[in-house]
Design a protein. Structure first.
Length: 614
């Protein structure tokens, strides 16, 4: 979930050779091999269109790296490691808009009818991305440039900690980050000015979100520089044999001064602004529709995150139906374990009984490592394609644990230098019941996010604009769909582990109701908390964090259940039409092998695959 609001969104793709199952690709190939002169000219024309498309996509990606050097570092393109995002200004926003419009105009010159297979997918994804990006400039997201979930203040700390994608292997690497740090300071000052303008325009974060932001800045205000998360690379210098002792001393002095004179003051100045100036303007209301042009803004966020034309009302209604259905399944579990009491009492029992919780963080992490091995042994039952990269289980870093989600996943380094990371938050062990371990591991790691993200990065023929791109509805929809495969893999045999599966699905169903309630129906923060308390056994701290997450990033929470529903519908359709020819392993390959796609484009692609199997 690490995104910057001003970063240009990129998506991902495969070459035409991968989808031989695509009927349109077969037809085109056959036509090109015919000796008739009447077909020779169109074939050449199609080849030219394919070449032009590939060049456009490559040019876009390279130009995007210049605009977003932080993304360049994250995807393993290290030539911009000393650069930062341009400060927020009318000029930089106009440059970004012009960039998107330029490439929309260029791609529109390609004849869509001449494309097939992966070229067609790339064209469709790229054009949609540019159109959505341009539409987004109608809304003043730059006036609320960060929150407790997404923000450059946290992204930069991860980069500077030495545990992220920023390298600290050579003396030049340290010099690069010192230059980048100055860019960070300039950007943060521009963010403050942009937020001041937002106050004038009535575009301000809710008070509840500001309260969560403040501690994230406070943690970086340290009196001893050695206590800073940014001191991590200096601590690691002792084990670096590539840098001389003399250079290590010089680096330590220069780098320490940079932390003292640039980084800490930047966080301190922004904190002072938030506490002394911005907080008093924070809104008591929490919905996006309470802001200027908020109704259209939320509609845009729904379309952005779901990639579908859905209304808040229909999503809200679907969520209510799913919440009721899952509650009935939870009651069945209560009866199976012979709990004597109603569902509300069962929820309390699950929240409070010590048998469901760990006493030590290391025990929690070790238990998830055990679950990893259990799941990995069952994956061949449903999959024929596997990621090359492994993943490891880690605790969430202390500097962000208090306000981070209960679990998250970070993809492997593109160059293979680092495995995927399944982060588990040990800040509050009472928010980590053992009955969610199987379903949470499936979702965040294998075969959920780890499969999807790793396979996407590992396909060598994947154009970079899609290799490193993402659609939340695809990624989160896949991960939630993956949870539903647990029983097929022989998991969830323990009734409490099955209950954990229901807990996770109920969370995603409640999100449909709560997100739309907050941003389209005038719900208060407390209304949202009460709804989730009444319909789940989630810890109070988890519920509060979830609600504040939905407030901070409108529409994002809709993507999970909506994406799962769409992928399940594709599978049901394939099974119905193919009958005995249906192979679930091949279906999963088709979902995963073409990288992250909008749901309509993925559905059309699956339709072509179904037709090719008949």
């Amino acid at each position: 979930m690490k995104k910057n609001f001003l970063a240009i969104a990129i998506a991902a793709a495969l070459s035409t050779s991968i989808t031989a199952c695509d009927n349109s690709a077969k037809t085109t190939k056959q036509a090109m091999t015919q000796p008739t002169s009447s077909q020779a000219t169109p074939a050449v024309s199609n080849q030219q269109q394919t070449f032009q498309l590939a060049q456009i996509l490559e040019d876009y990606f390279n130009d995007m790296l210049v605009l977003d050097p932080l993304r360049a570092t994250r995807v393993g393109e290290h030539q911009y490691n000393d650069k930062f995002l341009k400060p927020i200004s009318a000029q930089s926003l106009q440059e970004q808009l012009a960039f998107e419009q330029k490439y929309l105009d260029i791609i529109s010159n390609i004849d869509e009818e001449s494309l097939s297979g992966q070229d067609l997918l790339s064209y469709q994804v790229f054009k949609r991305d540019r159109e959505m990006a341009i539409a987004g400039f109608a809304f003043p997201q730059h006036q609320v440039p960060f929150n407790q979930m997404y923000g450059i203040h946290n992204d930069f700390a991860i980069l500077g900690s030495g545990s992220g994608s920023q390298p600290f292997n050579t003396a030049k690497d340290f010099v690069n980050f010192e230059k980048r740090a100055q860019g960070f300071a300039d950007y943060m000052q521009s963010a403050v000015e942009s937020m001041r303008e937002g106050v004038k325009q009535g575009v301000v974060l809710p008070k509840a979100i500001i309260a969560k932001l403040i501690p994230q800045f406070q943690t970086h205000i340290v009196s001893d520089v050695k206590d800073s998360v940014f001191y991590g690379p200096i601590n690691a210098l002792a084990n670096n044999s590539e840098i001389s002792e003399q250079d290590k001393q010089a680096i330590t002095l220069s780098y320490t001064n940079m932390i003292k004179q640039v980084i800490i003051p930047s966080y301190k100045n922004t904190l002072a602004f938030l506490v002394d100036e911005y907080a008093q303007h924070g809104t008591d209301t929490v919905g996006l529709t309470d802001l200027p042009n908020g109704v259209a803004w939320y509609d845009h966020m729904i379309a952005h995150h779901t990639t579908l034309n859905l209304t808040a009302d229909e999503i809200h209604q679907y969520g209510q139906q799913e919440v009721a259905r899952i509650l009935s399944e939870m009651k069945k579990v209560k009866e199976t374990v012979k709990f004597d009491g109603d569902l509300a009492e069962f929820f309390i029992f699950l929240k409070e009984d010590p048998q469901f919780y760990f006493d030590k963080p290391e025990d929690l992490v070790a238990a998830y490592v055990g679950v990893k091995d259990k799941i990995n042994n069952r994956l061949p039952q449903l999959f024929e394609v596997f990621p090359k990269a492994d993943y490891e289980v880690r605790e969430v870093e202390a500097f962000r644990a208090a306000s981070s989600a209960g679990a998250s996943y970070e993809a492997p380094a593109p160059d293979g230098s680092r495995p995927g990371i399944f982060y588990i938050n040990t800040y509050n062990l009472k928010a980590q019941p053992n009955f969610i371990m199987e379903t949470l591991s499936i979702h965040e790691a294998s075969p959920g996010h780890h499969f999807q993200a790793s396979i996407q990065q590992e396909v060598e023929s994947l154009p970079k604009f899609r290799k490193f791109g993402n659609f939340t509805v695809y990624e989160e929809g896949w991960a939630l769909y993956a949870e539903s495969l647990g029983k097929e893999m022989g998991l969830f045999t323990d009734p409490y582990q099955w209950y954990g599966r229901l807990v996770d699905e109920q969370l995603r169903a409640m999100r449909l109701v709560v997100d739309t309630g907050l941003h389209a129906k005038g719900w208060t923060r407390q209304q949202a908390i009460d709804f989730m308390t009444q319909n789940s056994s989630m810890a109070d701290s988890d519920i509060e964090s979830e609600v504040e997450r939905y407030i901070a990033i409108p529409g994002q929470a809709l993507s999970y259940k909506i994406g799962q529903r769409a992928i399940r519908a594709m599978r049901d359709k394939a099974q119905a039409q193919l009958g005995e020819k249906f192979d679930v392993k091949k279906f999963h390959t088709q979902i995963l092998i073409d990288a992250s796609l909008p749901m309509p484009i993925l559905a059309d692609k699956i339709d072509r695959w179904i037709a090719s199997q008949l």
